[in-house]
Design a protein around this ligand. Structure first.
Ligand code: F6P
Length: 393
């Protein structure tokens, strides 16, 4: 192997998502096209700090297999005394001219530790919370959404919609047994994934950005149950009560980035409802369900697959063209088409400046549901699942 060829590094960090191998596979393909060596660091930033890597051109990778062949970890370089220094030293010793970093808010935040080393950042997270929504005077059509979606979100959004739907998911058993089912969504700070379940028509959605007023939601559930005889509620793992406390989290067991370990919001809420609704009706069929890692598993959706393939290729192309500063490779939507658009890291002071949350344009806190505008945004990313099936509802 010609060691005098240009080299590029690539790593995947944080929670895995289905299209990661598709990004890596397309970067491998592009590395042949541009005649560069692609060095894959094992277990994200950990592999870079510890100099653990593999030359990827020797690897034949199936882009349809979810997860990441490079494996993953969650390490915070700021907490790793000389981590950033070692990372840059290892990249330089290997003669890497650039680094492709594929991660969510935490993994990508490590890139701020050495802004002078050229990197292309690709956002992946089922939480869909990396990006910006610029004003638009309260209207989504007028708002500029920087990074329209993050890789992994389209697949996970389709899954959660399917899990709660009538056609493919829980609604049929909810109907048959007159159940109240609380389904947990991932999402520590942002409720995009929970909100996306609206494409499968649950009755209520509780997200971290808007506190849960327990007595009010309880009354809404009672009313819905009386009329419909079954209720499906989606709750994000990071949702909070209006007194500010998480529905369920162990604040003592924090990860490297200070996030608590969530302990099952759906289960907690379901058991609270089971007790409190007893005086109104039989609550033996009130259950909490947490699909958990299923959201992140399996093969990518077409949208994820297509954009992962475009991103891997584009990242290699950008670095080979001579990258002078670190760039986010964002998905932009212009009129009806998606395209890729570089966004300089130097525009931001820290990852918090590129952290996107659900706001009142997308979510109606009054009845715990998606707004029309929120639906219009989600429809671009995940196909709605029809509820007119068997005429059950
Ligand atoms: O950051 C993505 C995410 O899916 C979050 O929604 C979730 O809290 C977290 O990963 C959990 O992942 P793990 O159990 O791997 O730490």
């Amino acid at each position: 192997m010609g060691s005098n060829r240009k080299r590029i590094g690539i790593l995947t960090g944080g929670g895995d998502v289905p299209p990661l191998n598709a990004v890596i596979a397309s970067a491998i393909e592009a590395s042949f096209e541009y005649n560069v060596e692609l060095m894959g660091f094992i277990k994200g930033w950990r592999g870079l700090v510890e100099n653990q890597y593999v030359e990827l051109s020797k690897i034949k990778l199936n882009p349809l297999i979810g997860g990441t062949i490079l494996k993953s970890s969650r390490i915070n370089l700021e907490k790793n005394s000389d981590g950033a220094e070692r990372a840059v030293k290892n990249l330089k010793n290997l003669n890497c001219e650039g680094l492709i970093v594929i991660g969510g808010e935490d993994t990508l935040s490590n890139s701020f530790s050495f802004p002078t080393f050229p990197q292309v950042l690709i956002s992946k997270t089922i939480d869909n919370d990396v990006g910006l929504i610029r004003s638009g005077q309260g209207r989504i059509e007028a708002a500029e959404i920087v990074n329209y979606f993050t890789l992994g979100f389209p697949t996970a959004a389709r899954k959660i919609s399917s899990f709660v739907s009538l056609k493919e998911g829980l609604r049929t058993t909810a109907y048959s047994h007159e159940r109240i089912i609380v389904v947990e969504s991932m999402g520590m700070h942002a409720g995009w994934l929970a909100l996306s379940s609206s494409m499968g028509h649950p009755d209520f959605i509780v997200i971290p950005e808007f506190p849960l007023e327990y007595d009010r939601v309880k009354d809404l559930i009672i009313e819905k149950y009386i009329n419909q005889k079954n209720v499906i509620i989606v709750v994000a793992e990071g949702a909070k009560f209006d007194n500010g406390s998480y529905i369920s989290a162990d604040e003592k067991e924090k990860d490297d980035f200070g996030h608590p370990r969530f302990k099952g919001a759906a289960e907690t809420l379901a058991s609270k409802l089971k007790g409190d609704l007893k005086k109104y009706f039989d609550t033996r069929n009130v259950n909490g369900i947490n699909p958990s890692y299923l959201y992140r598993s399996g093969t990518p959706s077409d949208l994820d697959l297509n954009w992962a393939a475009k991103m891997g290729k584009e990242a290699v192309k950008i670095i080979c063209g001579g990258l002078s500063e670190t760039l986010f490779l964002t998905v932009r939507k212009e009129r009806i088409e998606f395209s890729l658009s570089p966004y300089p890291l130097s525009n931001l002071k820290c990852m918090d400046d590129f952290h996107r949350f659900v706001d009142g344009r997308f979510y109606n806190a009054g009845n715990y549901s998606v707004t029309e505008e929120g639906k219009n945004y989600l429809k671009e990313i995940v196909e709605e699942i029809s509820e007119d099936y068997y005429g059950l509802r």
